[in-house]
Design a protein around this ligand. Structure first.
Ligand code: ZN
Ligand code: ZN
Ligand code: FE
Length: 762
């Protein structure tokens, strides 16, 4: 076959993942001539050969892809013939206006791990060892193209040995931007009361000694600071709770290896895959009863969130031996709900009162990235928080998108930028209720816009006028004249679930959007919404009966108020044995009654989240919450899984009426029924309700595809029971897998709805 030249263009995650050395090796070993180079939209390869060999070459690429690379598209075109003497890696050519996916931060790879623990290696026990297959990426990148001068490694000059590795196409560290060694790279030290106590290995050993003896350490990690202590030392954990002002919210844990995790928790095959994946998220696991006391680690719960050590520093820190604890608490470095500290000065100021010492290093963190949190549902990953390891990997959509900025919701905020087939959903930003989180939201948006070359033509926001994300969108629209679309919160949940599942058909679906809080079209607080719709439109078909939320926030923080208010409005008298009566002082009760009566500061709500809260308080599980979702989580944790009965309820005029449910619960309480039993029957009832409303809509519309979205679906028992019922009735069920079912997924839904409406108008 006659030879010619072919230009191969590859897009996807192909930079900073050892792709060019991989191509170089492949081409050299096949004696092909030409070159490979990074471009701002991917990798270009030119080969002087024939079509057959080029096709074989592409098959080889696909079959042997480096572990972190991901190919989205490959195109080949024939060009004018040029002869080359050999195959070379040539310099990048920036192309203005194009974007390229940026790799997330990646857990230390097996090769680096064995070098780290090999006394003969020149990076033996060096806490910043990395290579093209692993190490920091997103958290240190200031701009693209991804080259060392544009990272926070810019100020470290490569020593001759590192430079040699960096420049050698056959080396694992060829163009590994964060490459470093003890000679030339960052280092660690231990600080106590503002004084440096020890450096390097010494610092590490003293830090381990402190942890062993029950001290609390602030540790600068990959995307931010952690607070750490011995997880099996009750006093240390209790002290950390006091200092952090975090009374009940579970602490994340870190273990050296799977062996430690399995000593304390059940780990399924899929859970193990997730734990050991390069993303290395926190995975929620069921505890092995009797092996660990979760009373202080995760009060009121029987699950623990555990991650494996994911940086060399964490590996050295958690190494077993010398009586070192199997598990460390590794919680975000902050006080209560503030954002996690990541800048050194700020960390010093905020964490000094909390930590006995600081384990520090001098590699700056450019952007704060929290640990990701995952669960496994039916052998599939189920994201609860999408951050380190996942962001800024885009969500690939089987649909071209205009350039959109979707601003997300208020709690668990993420934003989303779209370009072509990509949705760049941001890492978890947090609750937009303080200045610092708002700051990371705003700087995050400009950072992503810059990295991914997105200039929004459309802004999308939640309908809630007071959300800071909404106000940001208003402000930006006024300043720039970019058009603006408001999207209803639960419509966004529905669309997020569809896009998450690549559902781009024209046929609408049934959306079971069960949620805590979302601003409704009628100004009420929605959250128990059975919708019918797709991207462009939705209809609110059925919803929970409206209930009062006296005092708004006050009732969210104190579910006891909800229990009393719900009974009151349903005309059910408060029996004197009601646990919630003890939790609300008489004066407060009087105020509460008058708030309801005169409709003062008492929004109406159809929220499913609040219904769970109300029932939790009603039966005496939780009267006042210390973190979001606590009442519902504890209600789920206490239920008896063997109970199968359900309460009766009825659906009238598109509303699910609740009086019967409350009457039956009170009746059961009067009969001294166990809390575990009532909690179970309540869960069964909501699952049955979801089947019931789905069947009604199916009869009416012949539609049998159902999307489950909204924060309430974080409830494993409810999710599972509902799926079992829907399966039996042959529904096709869509659940989240790439973005969280909670408000962390809202921005994706907003973006795809925005695109659909934008298309209609233009
Ligand atoms: Zn590596
Ligand atoms: Zn070096
Ligand atoms: Fe929501």
């Amino acid at each position: 076959m006659a030879s010619s030249n072919y230009l191969i263009n590859i897009t996807g995650i192909v930079q900073g993942v050892g792709f060019r050395p991989f191509i170089y090796k492949l081409a050299s070993s096949a004696h092909l001539t030409g070159w490979v180079r990074n471009t701002s939209h991917g990798v270009d390869i030119e080969l002087n050969s024939n079509r057959q060999i080029v096709d074989d070459f592409i098959n080889q690429i696909n079959a042997n892809l480096p572990p972190l690379a991901r190919i989205d598209a490959i195109s080949v075109k024939e060009i004018l013939e040029t002869k080359y003497d050999d195959f070379q890696i040539i310099m990048s050519e920036p192309q203005p206006g194009e974007f390229l996916p940026v790799s997330p931060d990646v857990k230390i790879c097996p090769d680096c791990t064995s070098e780290l623990l090999n006394p003969a290696d020149r990076r033996y026990r060096y806490p910043f060892i990395n290579c093209t297959n692993c190490g920091p990426r997103f958290s240190i990148i200031k701009d693209i193209p991804y080259d060392r001068p544009k990272t926070t490694m810019a100020s470290f000059n490569l020593c001759p040995d590192c430079l040699h590795e960096y420049e050698n196409p056959l080396d694992r560290r060829f163009h590994a931007q964060p490459v470093a060694c003890p000679e030339c790279g960052p280092e660690i030290w231990l600080e106590e009361n503002g004084l440096i106590k020890a450096k390097k290995e010494d610092a590490l050993q003293q830090a381990r000694q402190m942890l062993r003896s029950g001290k609390i350490l602030a540790i600068k990690g990959l995307g931010g600071y952690h607070l750490a202590c011995d997880a099996l030392n009750h006093n240390a954990v209790k002290l950390l709770r006091e200092r952090k002002k975090r009374s009940d919210k579970p602490f994340a844990l870190m273990a050296f290896s799977m062996q430690q995790v399995k000593m304390y928790c059940h780990v399924s095959e899929v859970e193990e895959q997730l734990l050991t994946s390069y993303q290395s998220p926190i995975v929620l696991l069921d505890v092995l009863r009797g092996e660990i006391n979760t009373q202080h680690l995760a009060p009121g719960q029987n699950r623990l969130g555990i991650m494996l050590a994911y940086t060399p520093l964490h590996l050295l820190l958690t190494e077993p031996g010398d009586g070192f604890p199997d598990l460390l608490v590794m919680t975000s470095g902050n006080i209560s709900d503030e954002p996690i500290a990541y800048q050194d000065d700020d960390a010093h100021n905020r964490l000094s009162p909390l930590a006995d010492a600081f384990l520090l290093h001098n590699r700056p963190i450019h952007i704060r990235v929290d640990d990701s949190v995952m669960r496994v549902e039916r052998d599939r990953q189920y994201p609860l928080r999408r951050a380190r390891g996942y962001a800024p990997d885009p969500i690939l959509l089987q649909r071209e998108m205009p350039n959109i900025l979707a601003c997300g919701a208020e709690l668990k905020n993420t934003f989303c930028l779209t370009n072509k087939n990509y949705a760049f959903i941001s890492h978890h930003i947090g609750d937009l209720e303080n200045l610092e989180t708002l700051n990371s939201f705003e700087t995050g948006i400009s950072h992503y816009q810059n990295l991914f070359r997105v200039n929004p033509e459309l802004l999308v926001h939640d309908l809630h006028p007071d959300y800071l994300s909404t106000q940001y969108a208003y402000r930006r629209a006024t300043e720039t004249n970019i058009p603006l679309i408001g999207v209803q919160h639960h419509h966004a949940h529905l669309a997020a679930c569809l896009a998450d599942n690549q559902y781009f058909k024209d046929e609408p679906v049934i959306g079971l959007c069960l949620d805590g809080t979302g601003y409704g079209e009628d100004g009420a607080i929605w959250g128990g919404e059975i919708l019918l719709g797709g991207y462009q439109h939705y209809e609110r078909k059925i919803h929970l009966q409206y209930m009062p939320l006296p005092g708004g926030e006050a009732s969210i923080r104190k579910p006891a108020r909800l229990a009393l208010a719900y009974l009151h409005i349903l005309g059910i008298e408060w029996p004197p044995y009601l646990p919630s009566l003890k939790a609300v002082p008489e004066e407060e009760i009087a105020v509460l009654k008058s708030q309801i009566k005169h409709n003062l500061n008492t929004p109406q709500t159809s929220s499913m989240g609040r219904l769970f809260d109300a029932v939790s308080a009603l039966i005496g599980v939780r009267q006042v919450i210390n973190y979001e979702g606590q009442a519902a989580i504890e209600l789920e944790s206490c239920l008896d899984p063997d109970v199968t009965s359900v309460y009766e309820y009825n659906v009238t005029d598109g509303m699910i009426m609740l009086a019967d449910v409350f009457q039956q619960i009170l009746e059961d309480m009067k009969q001294n029924c166990k809390i575990s039993q009532i909690a179970a029957i309540f869960h069964n009832t909501i699952a049955a309700m979801m089947l019931d409303v789905s069947l009604r809509l199916k009869n009416e519309t012949q539609i049998s595809t159902i999307a489950l979205s909204g924060g309430v679906w974080q409830n494993h028992t409810l999710l599972n029971k509902t799926r079992v019922l829907l399966d039996k009735n042959n529904f096709r069920i869509l659940v989240h897998e790439r973005v969280p079912t909670n408000d962390g997924g809202i921005s994706l839904g907003q973006a795809v709805i925005g695109a659909a409406k934008f298309r209609m108008e233009s």
